[in-house]
Design a protein around this ligand. Structure first.
Ligand code: HEM
Length: 283
């Protein structure tokens, strides 16, 4: 039983604060906090491993939300509900800013601290983050290693294969250009969407028409700029990852087996929406 002396000043005049939850759902029940917070399983006794795990957990939670918004935006675009897609894509960009800020926290982990528990990770690496690959698939960058990696989990394996074979947000945006009467090569409209999109002249010309006639194509213009926002943020995340990794492990190999920083620099060259960047030089 709570006595007056245990009540903080702010609670003194609050007569109806709920404290009997024997039969009712608490905040923690609703959020599944017991499961969420029990997901830290450090493999060493080192103080800093907790930060390393938390930063990955936070990132994966935000990735889940990005996928939720982006997959829904893909359906909106397919249904020509661009205004609904804009709301979701703007949210994706804001989440990406949060993801980028995670690097500032992780950068407080020094090389001397990380080396204390790095061996415990074995071959585990963010390289195997299937949510990161699902986001890349939704953006149109299709690589198949992750499908092999998760063969041992049939349900996830199926989910990854389905996303790999599904049209990306850029595929559906190009279809929307065609529906708006802009000329797109038939081979682009019929392409195998499990391949990464390759730069195409008709797509670039269509986007150029949009950017030169913004009043006529306002919604497609807004869609293009929201896609560029997302790609820009994604590249900034990749850059911060690469620099934070250099700061923590220098040029050592990654636990996933890549060359480390050299690999992370190479992925920075990958474009999701090449024509949207290319047209800027031409208008
Ligand atoms: C001390 C912290 C970290 C280090 C040293 C590190 C290092 C690396 C390295 C070297 C790679 C290349 C693959 C490999 O050989 O392992 C990689 C990939 C990756 N990491 Fe990290 N990482 C760190 C933190 C994070 C965090 C917090 C995330 C957030 C989820 C993350 C997500 C990823 C992803 C998604 C990839 C795949 C990138 C791609 O293939 O484009 N990493 N990491």
């Amino acid at each position: 039983m709570m006595t007056n002396k245990n009540k903080h000043e702010a609670f003194k005049n609050e007569k109806s604060i709920h404290t009997d939850f024997k039969e009712k759902m608490t905040y923690s029940d609703y959020l599944g906090l017991d499961t969420l917070l029990a997901s830290h399983h450090p493999l060493s006794d080192h103080h800093d491993e907790m930060l390393f795990i938390s930063v990955h957990h936070v990132s994966e939670i935000w990735m889940k939300q990005i996928l939720h918004e982006m997959n829904s935006a893909i359906h909106d675009i397919q249904a020509d509900n661009l205004r609904e897609a804009f709301k979701k894509l703007a949210r994706v960009s804001q989440i990406q800013m949060q993801l980028k800020n995670v690097w500032d926290v992780l950068a407080t982990l020094t090389p001397s601290e990380y080396i204390e528990f790095r061996d415990k990770l074995g071959n585990a690496s963010g390289f195997q983050s299937y949510q990161n690959r699902l986001i890349e698939f939704a953006l149109g960058y299709k690589t198949d290693y992750v499908i092999k990696i998760y063969e041992k989990n049939p349900e996830l394996h199926e989910k990854l294969k389905a996303a790999y074979e599904a049209p990306s947000i850029y595929d559906v945006a190009i279809q929307a250009l065609a529906r708006a009467g802009l000329s797109i090569d038939q081979e682009v409209l019929d392409r195998d969407v499990s391949e990464t999109h390759q730069k195409n002249e008709s797509v670039k010309e269509a986007w150029k028409t949009v950017y030169k006639n913004v009043d006529q194509y306002w919604e497609l213009y807004e869609l293009a700029e929201e896609l560029v926002d997302i790609e820009d943020q994604f590249q900034q995340w990749r850059f911060r990852h690469m620099k934070t990794v250099e700061r923590i492990i220098g040029f050592k190999m990654g636990t996933g087996g890549s060359g480390g920083v050299s690999y992370l620099k190479k992925v920075l060259d990958q474009y999701f929406f090449p024509e949207l960047w290319q047209l800027r030089t031409e208008i």
